[in-house]
Ligand binder design. Structure first.
Ligand SMILES: *Cc1c(COP(=O)(O)O)cnc(C)c1O
Length: 389
C-alpha cells in the first residue's frame, strides 16, 4: 500500500503516464495512442479530437508540413501513395460519374480505375498524354467529373500542359487531380498551376530512404478537404505516428537530396544520350527530349528518375544489360538515396494504348552515389547489351 492508499497493482497502471512533454526537442513529440483522454464528461461528446485514429501530434505536424510543401490550405495523409490516389477518387466521385485519366498514369492506379472503381459505377476513359488541352475537354461529357493527370508520366515521362488543362476544366466545372510524386512538391507547383488536388507518394522522395510508405493529398479547396476528412473518418484509414515521424525526418533533407539527385541524373542522362546503344533518353531536362519545352516552362528542376530507350534488341539482351549492373539495385519504387533499375516492357505490354518507344525501355533511378561510378557501371552493362545484340 502506498501513501495514496493505492495498491502496487494500481500504482503500476498509473505510473509514468504524465503526458505533458518534459523537455522541448527539435521535432514534435512522438505520441502513440489509440485512446485520447478527455477532460470531462461533456468533452467526451463535444470535442472533435476524441480518438487517436484521427491523428495525434506527429501526424498533425506532418500534415501541416506537407501543406507547406505543396503551398496548400491543407493536406491529408494516407497509408501509401496508392491509397492516396484511390482515396481521392473514392472520396470525390459517385456512381454514374466519369474520370478522364492520362494513359501514362501509375499502373496500379489504372488497375484500380478499371476494376474496383468501375465496380462502383464510376467509369474511366484514357487519353494520350500529348492530346491538346482543347481536344481533351472535347472528350468530356456531362458525366465527366474529374481529370486525372500525372506529369511526367510513369515509366515514359510525358509532360502534360497542366495549367492549360486545369484552366479549361475549371471553366467546365470539372475537377483536376494530379499524381505529383515526381515533382515531390518542389519541382512542380501543382496547386499554383491551377490543379484542385495534388497527390503524392511520400514513399518516394519525402521519405527518401526506401523504408516507409505514405501518401498525401493537398488542396486549397475547403469543400474538397472536408470530403477527404469525411472519407477518412468513415473508412477508418489512418497512418501511424512512427511512420509520420520517419516522413517528417525525410522532409527536412528533401530539398538537399533532390538537388543532388537531379545533378547526378543530369550527368548520367547526358552521358547515356551520347552512347551508340541508346536510342533516346526520356529525361525532360535534356534539350530535344519529349516534353522539354513544357518542362522548362513549368518545372524548376529534375529528380533522379528517367527512362532510357535502347536500340532495338531482344528481351534476353535487355536482361543481360540489367543483370550486368552492379551499382543499381533491381527493384520497384524509387526516391531513396540509392540507384535502382528496372526494365519496363513487361509492364507496358498491359497498356497497348501507350506509344511504342521504338526499342526496349529501361527506367533508372539515379541515387546519391558518385555519378562517375554509375556511368562506369552503365558503360560495362551497355557493352554486355551490345554483346547480346
Ligand atoms: C510509387 C508511386 C505511387 C504509389 O506509392 P506507394 O506509396 O508505393 O503506394 C503512386 N504514384 C506514383 C507516380 C508512384 O511512383
Amino acid at each position: 500500500m502506498g501513501q495514496d492508499g493505492l495498491s502496487k497493482k494500481t500504482r503500476l497502471i498509473r505510473a509514468g503516464a504524465k503526458t505533458e512533454a518534459r523537455l522541448r526537442t527539435v521535432g514534435p513529440p512522438l505520441q502513440r495512442g489509440s485512446t485520447v483522454l478527455l477532460a470531462n464528461a461533456r468533452a467526451l461528446y463535444d470535442s472533435r479530437d476524441t480518438y487517436g485514429r484521427l491523428g495525434l501530434s506527429m501526424q498533425t505536424a506532418l500534415a501541416e508540413a506537407i501543406a507547406e510543401l505543396e503551398g496548400a490550405a491543407g493536406a491529408r495523409l494516407f497509408p501509401s501513395g496508392l491509397a492516396a490516389a484511390t482515396s481521392a477518387l473514392l472520396a470525390l466521385l459517385q456512381g454514374g460519374d466519369e474520370v478522364l485519366a492520362v494513359n501514362c498514369i501509375y499502373g496500379p492506379t489504372r488497375r484500380f480505375c478499371d476494376g474496383l472503381l468501375k465496380g462502383y459505377g464510376v467509369s474511366t476513359r484514357y487519353f494520350s498524354a500529348d492530346l491538346s488541352p482543347e481536344a481533351l475537354l472535347e472528350m468530356a461529357g456531362p458525366a465527366t467529373r474529374l481529370i486525372l493527370l500525372e506529369s511526367p508520366g510513369s515509366l515514359t515521362f510525358e509532360i502534360q500542359d497542366v495549367p492549360a488543362i486545369a484552366a479549361l476544366a475549371r471553366q467546365r466545372g470539372i475537377l483536376t487531380a494530379i499524381d505529383n510524386t515526381w515533382g515531390a512538391g518542389l519541382l512542380f507547383d501543382a496547386l499554383g498551376h491551377g490543379v484542385d488536388l495534388s497527390i503524392q507518394a511520400l514513399t518516394k522522395y519525402v521519405g527518401g530512404h526506401s523504408d516507409v510508405f505514405m501518401g498525401s493529398i493537398a488542396s486549397n479547396d475547403a469543400g474538397i478537404l472536408a470530403k477527404l476528412d469525411r472519407f477518412l473518418c468513415d473508412t477508418g484509414i489512418a497512418v501511424s505516428p512512427d511512420d509520420a515521424c520517419l516522413m517528417l525526418r525525410g522532409l527536412r533533407t528533401l530539398e538537399t537530396r533532390l538537388h543532388r539527385h537531379g545533378e547526378n541524373a543530369l550527368a548520367v542522362a547526358s552521358w547515356l544520350d551520347a552512347q551508340p546503344q541508346v536510342r533516346r533518353v526520356l529525361c525532360p531536362a535534356l534539350p530535344g527530349a519529349p516534353g522539354h519545352a513544357l518542362w522548362k516552362r513549368d518545372f524548376t528542376g529534375i529528380n533522379g528518375l528517367f527512362g532510357v530507350v535502347l536500340q532495338p534488341g531482344s528481351p534476353l539482351a535487355v536482361e543481360a544489360f540489367i543483370d550486368a549492373l552492379t551499382l543499381f539495385g533491381l527493384g520497384f519504387s524509387w526516391g531513396g538515396f540509392e540507384s535502382l533499375a528496372i526494365h519496363c516492357d513487361p509492364q507496358l505490354k498491359h497498356a497497348p494504348d501507350r506509344p511504342d518507344q521504338g526499342g526496349p525501355l529501361v527506367r533508372l533511378h539515379v541515387g546519391l552515389e558518385d555519378p562517375a561510378d554509375l556511368i562506369a557501371d552503365l558503360g560495362q552493362a551497355l557493352a554486355a547489351y551490345q554483346a547480346r545484340l
